[in-house]
Every structure is written in structure tokens, then in C-alpha cells.
Ligand binder design. Structure first.
Ligand code: DX5
Ligand code: ZN
Length: 217
């Protein structure tokens, strides 16, 4: 059976006790910590910035998976590298010179990911696929936790999985938004390597059990 990694999103954690949230991710078998950075422009809400990434870095050795939902991500890559990000994912819709942004992330020693919103086709990032370490398919319109998965987005996962095996690309495929006990199976069947879970993890009565179910189902 293919091993699927889980990246719990701290967006759904209690920010006043963030150390407990990180400990819970570690104790529950989370693989990465997903950090949703929102700027109030690319998406409506503002969440947190590099300072939060630095704080979380001091609490864990797990890989930090930073998801930039911000305009002009290229202007902020250096701050997130310095804060200790292991993966930096930005939106194709927010960076004209996306290839340059990928090079900037890699030159700083992190892995580079790109994300696309539900209305953006895989074709928009086809020229970038050979350079990517991660492709993050948004399965909700980004901006808020706790939304319902849009099943049509999984077709993009299938497309990316087929392109990966046909052309020998090395990116990992991740999904983000509305992943829970009900949606995980079809998501896995589509061909993911990693899934993000915010409310399904932090909102669960038993987060460790929930994560274990989702990873192993
Ligand atoms: C959505 C964020 C997600 C979010 C997922 O804008 O990018 O990472 O935290 O939350 P859930 O799992 O609750 O849909
Ligand atoms: Zn995210």
C-alpha cells in the first residue's frame, strides 16, 4: 500500500496554545506541519507571517510546509527561508515569474511547491512541472478552513499523477481543503502523496485516531 503523508494545518489550532498544537501533531504521527499564510489580498483573511513560522521552527523538527496565499510571493521568500521553512509553496495565480520564484526557493535550500485554486487548470503550470518538488491542488477556494471539498478538483490530481509517471517528474502531489474521514478515500484513489487536514484533525474528539484512520484507510 502506498504511504500517504499527512500535514495538519495549524490554521485550525488554538493560536494561544500553539505549542500544544505542535505537540499534538507530533504525538499523533503527523508528517509535516502545514502553515497557511494569508495576506488579506490574495485571499480575504490575514492569518500570520514569517514570525509564526520561526516560532513553530523552535518547537519541532518536523518539516515545515509553508503555504503562501499571498500576492507577490517572490518578495517574501527570503523571510520564510530565514524563518526555517522546509517547503515553500506559492500560488501560480500570484506570481508572473513563477520559474524565478521556484529558483529563489531552491537556492535558499528549501523545496519548492506551487499551488493552483479550483478555477485554475493544470495546463497553467505545465511548463513548471520539471522544476517542482510539490504541487498543491486546492480542493476548496483558499482563504478559510472548514469548507467542503470540491470533488471535481480531484481530476487535476489524476492528471498530475499520470504526467508524473509518464514523464518521470519528481514532484509530490498534495491536496488542501475539505479533507476528512468522508473525502480521504477518493482523494487517495486519485493519486496523492500528501494531504493537508485542518479542521478534521484539530476538531476531532481524538485527533490521533482521526489521523491514523485517514492515513491508513
Ligand atoms: C485553506 C487552507 C487550508 C485549510 C484547510 O485556505 O489553505 O490549509 O487550513 O482546512 P480544512 O482542512 O479545515 O479544510
Ligand atoms: Zn493550506
Amino acid at each position: 500500500m502506498k504511504i500517504t503523508k499527512c500535514a495538519p494545518s495549524i490554521l485550525a489550532a488554538d493560536f494561544s496554545r500553539i505549542h500544544e498544537g505542535i505537540s499534538l501533531i507530533e504525538a499523533s504521527g503527523g508528517d509535516w506541519v502545514h502553515l497557511d499564510v494569508m495576506d488579506g489580498s490574495f485571499v480575504p483573511e490575514i492569518s500570520f507571517g514569517a514570525q509564526m513560522v520561526r516560532a513553530v521552527r523552535s518547537l519541532t523538527d518536523l518539516p515545515l510546509d509553508v503555504h503562501l496565499m499571498i500576492e507577490k510571493p517572490e518578495n517574501h521568500v527570503t523571510s520564510f527561508l530565514e524563518a526555517g521553512a522546509d517547503y515553500i509553496t506559492f500560488h501560480a495565480e500570484a506570481s508572473v515569474h513563477a520559474h524565478r520564484t521556484i529558483q529563489l526557493i531552491k537556492a535558499g535550500g528549501a523545496r519548492a511547491g506551487i499551488s493552483i485554486v479550483p478555477s485554475t487548470p493544470v495546463a497553467m503550470i505545465s511548463e513548471l512541472l520539471p522544476f517542482l518538488d510539490l504541487v498543491l491542488i486546492m480542493t476548496v477556494n483558499p482563504g478559510y478552513g472548514g469548507q467542503s471539498l470540491i470533488p471535481e478538483c480531484l481530476e487535476k490530481v489524476r492528471t498530475l499523477a499520470a504526467l508524473k509517471s509518464d514523464r518521470g517528474f519528481s514532484y509530490e502531489i498534495a491536496v488542501d481543503g475539505g479533507i476528512n474521514r468522508e473525502t480521504i478515500k477518493e482523494t487517495k484513489d486519485a493519486g496523492i502523496d500528501v494531504f493537508v487536514a485542518g479542521s478534521a484533525f484539530f476538531g476531532a474528539a481524538d485527533p490521533a485516531e482521526e489521523l491514523s484512520y485517514m492515513k491508513n484507510c
